[in-house]
Ligand binder design. Structure first.
Ligand code: RB5
Length: 147
């Protein structure tokens, strides 16, 4: 069973709690890496917790902050992470098919709850295309990581 590691700061806490409701019906296991309240906290702390789990396990992650931007900047600092901040379902599909995105970032203050849930479902359910040109481009990203 695919496992999803999910995390947020205070700005993404409410949306994180909502997203957690979709995992079990869709057949995903999940682990909540915090935060656990609306108390102000620092998004890089949770980006790091989720990114490290995704790297260790080769599973997927979801990170939510106010905009989705801070989380994506922080998560993409980790070697092997391809974090995608999505505000629409087309991008969610494309970033799985073309970029083999392994972390989805969402902004609670940007994307409404129902749209965010659709984005999550599409992102989780869309496989990587395995197309040669996409594999090649991801390998080029890996080369950049090793420079
Ligand atoms: C917190 O106020 C906010 O800065 C954070 O949730 C996020 O939007 C950062 O990118």
């Amino acid at each position: 069973m695919t496992k999803v590691f999910i995390g947020s700061d205070h700005g993404g806490y409410n949306l994180k709690e909502k997203i957690k409701e979709v995992f079990t019906p869709l057949g995903y296991e999940f682990e909540d890496m915090g935060t656990n309240s609306l108390e102000s906290c620092d998004y890089p702390v949770y980006a790091e917790k989720v990114a490290k789990k995704v790297i260790e396990t080769n599973e997927k992650g979801i990170l939510v902050c106010g905009t989705g931007i801070g989380m994506s900047i922080a998560a993409n600092k980790f070697k092997g992470i391809r974090a995608s901040h999505c505000t629409d379902t087309f991008s969610a599909r494309m970033t799985r098919e073309h970029n083999d995105s392994n972390i989805l970032c969402l902004g609670e203050r940007i994307t409404g709850q129902d749209l965010a849930i659709d984005i999550v479902k599409i992102w989780l359910e869309t496989p990587f295309s395995n197309g040669d040109r996409h594999i090649n481009r991801i390998n080029l990203i890996k080369e950049i990581e090793n420079k």
